[in-house]
Design a protein around this ligand. Structure first.
Ligand code: MG
Length: 274
């Protein structure tokens, strides 16, 4: 099931994205965006189970609503150097334990929202396409066997990074934390088996990153256990699982897309400050 957050008539709502009339056998890959609709959820989707979701009966063509970031997390926890080929392209070996850092909630933007390059402060702003885990429950010290219970679903993310500041600052809060540096979307897929899905990042249609999540050095179960041993995760909090090789710079006028098979495509334009 695909859960979106959207605005229509100046109100923000959650909804279930589907294609009425299309048989389930078609699968998501066969969907054309123009055929999709969003069925409004009463309240929010973070209940004890998906079976508790209540629809209001309102349904909108997806073309008639504005998709927003699918969650407003209290925090975004991200993992550095979690694909070996990316660690090597940065000139380092993959770390033996997960390397975690934070992106502020204020960096989050939705599909279609512009990534604003802080042109005065950074000369190199990079894309990093990533699979994102969305938590559905308050949780801490989650044992491996119970990780599936706390994962609400998955979405696409772009861990936008001021690469020059990452190197010069030593710690990453500034490089990773600018407003607009965490695009999320287009929606949350709640039924994905995320262990071996293809992730593709394109800039202006040209493929820059392509890898399977099976290449994660520390897999999703390991990451959830590791992070929740440190901090409590709240419903809607997000975990970025790391980026594969192929990172590169963005300039104003670019259009960057992160696609994850089984989820969809997150596309954002890049602009310089006005
Ligand atoms: Mg990253």
């Amino acid at each position: 099931m695909r859960i979106a957050r959207f605005s229509v008539d100046d109100e923000v709502r959650y909804g279930v994205v589907d294609s009425p009339g299309a048989g389930a056998a078609n699968g998501h890959g066969a969907d054309r965006l123009a055929d999709l609709t969003v069925a409004e959820i009463a309240g929010h989707p973070f209940g004890p189970s998906a079976a508790d979701l209540k629809l209001t009966g309102a349904r909108y063509p997806l073309d008639d609503v504005r998709l927003l970031a699918p969650v407003l997390p209290s925090k975004v926890v991200a993992i550095g150097k979690n694909y070996a080929d990316h660690a090597r392209e940065t000139g380092s070996e993959p770390p033996p334990e997960p390397l975690i850092f934070l992106k502020p909630s204020t960096a989050v933007i939705g599909p279609g929202d512009p990534i604003v390059r802080p042109a005065q402060l950074s000369k190199r702003v990079d894309f990093e396409g990533e699979l994102a885990v969305v938590f559905g429950r308050l949780c801490r010290d989650v044992p491996a066997a119970r990780v599936p219970e706390v994962i609400f679903g998955y979405t696409c993310a772009n861990d936008v990074t001021a690469r020059d500041l990452q190197a010069s600052d030593g710690q990453w809060a500034r490089a990773k934390g600018f407003d607009t540096f965490c695009p999320l979307g287009p929606w949350i897929e709640t039924s994905l088996d995320a262990g071996d899905v293809e992730l593709t990042t394109t800039v202006n249609g040209e493929v820059k990153q392509q890898a399977s999540t099976s290449l994660l050095m520390h897999d999703i179960v390991t990451l959830v256990c590791y992070v929740t041993a440190v901090m409590t995760m709240l419903p809607g909090d997000v975990l970025l699982t790391g980026t594969p090789a192929g990172i590169g710079p963005l300039v104003a006028g670019d259009s960057v897309s992160v696609h994850v098979d089984g989820i969809g495509t997150l596309t954002n334009p890049v602009v310089d400050p006005r």
